[in-house]
Write a protein that binds this ligand. Structure first.
Ligand SMILES: *Cc1c(COP(=O)(O)O)cnc(C)c1O
Length: 526
């Protein structure tokens, strides 16, 4: 066989546009650019005194808008200088211990290393001829995750961009399984008639992506039946049983029951055994949304919190939450690889029907595109691979345990504060609380005024930038939320943040701001 020589790098390699391509001629430039970028980021990470500067959106918009995109800077240095002003200086730093707003994690270095390899090699995980070994790496990690979840040998899955997409794919499989069964009874029914009967059951605090998925899947928002939760914010099996009986009585088909292992606001874990058993007896697909709680599979001390997850027909795991991976990295695992046929498609240019290859005496190369809703797809699995190969799953589990331990200690601090009330003791790592009515300096405020105070405190703390807090609504009332996903956050940091909360509340109460106005005056225009 004739071998093709690589083109000499000098040939056109210095032409102005060509020199920016990553190729043999620019390997040194690539090393230099990445090192410069890493140096800037490292400087900011070391220097960050607060999680953010609380920059004004309008100021940053003016700065971004002022950039002339048609006049390139030509070099890395000036572009990084500009980026410092537009982004890095005021970025929100998740590694800072008083960033407590959302389910964002500080990232582990092995995964960041993975990210740089992913970008430079730029494999695409749809077919073998765009990925080679990457396909096997992803498959091994799908297998590893499925094994840790306790799924059987028939399991399979695929990496996705996030929990929202994993949940969408899970519900697509559930929908199509249900439709396939209905087709056997109603072979001539049109698809809309079948879809109209399908229902998806999820707890009232399940993630909104279940509803979005139902909308996209043609079931409509009203296909979602929300099941009440108990005082620990976990789905009530008795209520699920009633809802399923109601479905049956109305001739509706429960296509899926979605349990949440780690609700976004409370970190509560639905009773997976009971919910799974009820789903099975109703003939419904059992999906577990473990976008948040999935990291527990690495914890030696807390893996049992996911007991029952091995009953699932599908599971969502977000590696970019409790595995300390850079965004984005998630996976959908399925109990039975055959269920992925609902997303399979054979495109002649990409993954032709195996028969045509076999007919030509060719082997069928492994591909992942037939398992995914995406076509071109990042090699996000590499980040988890390097994480497991460099630090190991136990080390990830230790980080998970640290944040859960800190949350338990922080709960004791909040529960001991007579001015606050906490919604529920954390099973994972979030704390949701509010000023206790009739207590402390806010004693004179009614519920709506307290709502307003809670929202203003969150904004006020955030604009100062010393801490970033989360917020949510519980039974119609505004609450503050601390999401502890940083192992560097200690209970002392939480104490400091609570002191800030009280300080800002007192400042707002002293200010002339009309907190006690129950309604904004109608038609009042400045
Ligand atoms: C975060 C989250 C999602 C959505 O995941 P993304 O990765 O943000 O798309 C879904 N479900 C739960 C329970 C979550 O916490």
């Amino acid at each position: 066989m004739r071998s093709l020589a690589a083109p000499p790098p000098a040939l056109g390699g210095t032409a102005p546009a060509r020199r920016h391509l990553l190729d043999a001629g620019s390997a040194e430039e690539y090393r230099c650019a990445v090192a410069q970028g890493a140096e800037r980021v490292a400087r900011h990470i070391s220097a960050a005194q607060r999680p953010t500067t609380g920059a004004d959106p309008a100021d940053l918009q003016r700065a971004v808008d002022a950039v002339d995109l048609d006049t390139p800077l030509g070099e890395v240095g000036p572009a990084l200088d500009e980026l410092e002003r537009l982004y890095l200086r005021d970025a929100v730093w998740f590694h800072h211990p008083t960033y407590l707003a959302h389910l964002n994690c500080p990232v582990v270095v092995p995964a960041v290393l993975g990210e740089t390899v992913i970008a430079a090699v730029n494999s695409s995980l749809d077919t073998w001829d765009q990925s080679s070994g990457a396909t096997h790496v992803e498959r091994r990690l799908v297998r590893w995750t499925a094994d840790r979840l306790g799924l059987p040998a028939t399991a399979d899955g695929v990496f996705t961009s996030g929990g929202t997409q994993s949940n969408l794919q899970a519900l697509l499989l559930a929908r199509d399984e249900a439709c396939e069964r209905l087709r056997t009874e109603h072979p001539r029914a049109r698809l809309p008639e079948l879809l109209g009967r399908l229902r998806v059951l999820v707890s009232e605090v399940g993630h909104f992506s279940t509803t979005t998925a139902c909308r996209l899947l043609g079931l409509g928002d009203d296909a979602v039946i929300t099941v009440p939760v108990d005082e620990a914010v976990r789905m009530r099996p008795d209520a699920l049983q009633c809802a399923l009986a109601e479905c049956a009585a109305q001739g509706l088909v429960p296509a899926a029951v979605v349990a949440t292992a780690g609700t976004t606001d409370f970190g509560s874990i639905d009773p997976l055994h009971e919910v799974g058993a009820l789903a099975a007896s109703a003939g419904a697909w059992f999906h577990v949304d473990a976008a948040y709680g999935g990291g527990l599979i690495t914890s030696r001390r807390r893996r049992h919190l996911l007991d029952g997850i091995d009953r699932a027909d599908s599971v969502t795991v977000d590696f970019h939450k409790t595995f300390f991976q850079p965004v984005s990295s998630s996976a959908l695992l399925v109990r039975d690889a055959a269920s992925l046929r609902h997303v399979a498609h054979h495109a002649d240019y990409l993954n032709p029907e195996p028969g045509t290859l076999l007919d030509a005496g060719l082997p069928v190369a492994p591909d992942q595109v037939g398992k995914s809703l995406q076509t071109t797809r990042r090699f996000d699995a590499l980040k988890l691979w390097l994480t497991l190969r460099i630090m190991g799953a136990d080390a990830v589990g230790e980080l998970v345990d640290t944040v859960v331990d800190t949350a338990a200690a922080a709960h004791r601090v909040l529960a001991a504060d007579p001015r606050l009330e906490v919604v529920v003791a954390p099973e994972l790592s979030t704390l949701v609380f509010r000023f206790r009515p009739g207590a402390g300096p806010h004693a004179h405020l009614g519920p709506q005024e307290l709502d307003r105070l809670v929202r203003r405190v969150r904004a006020s703390v955030g604009s100062e930038g010393l801490a970033v807090l989360g917020g949510t609504t519980v039974r119609g009332r505004a609450h503050l939320k601390l999401t502890l996903l940083n192992p560097a956050t200690t209970v002392e940091h939480v104490r400091e943040v609570i002191a800030l909360v009280h300080e800002h509340a007192e400042r707002l109460l002293l200010a002339d701001e009309p907190l006690v106005l129950d309604e904004e005056p109608l038609g009042a225009t400045a």
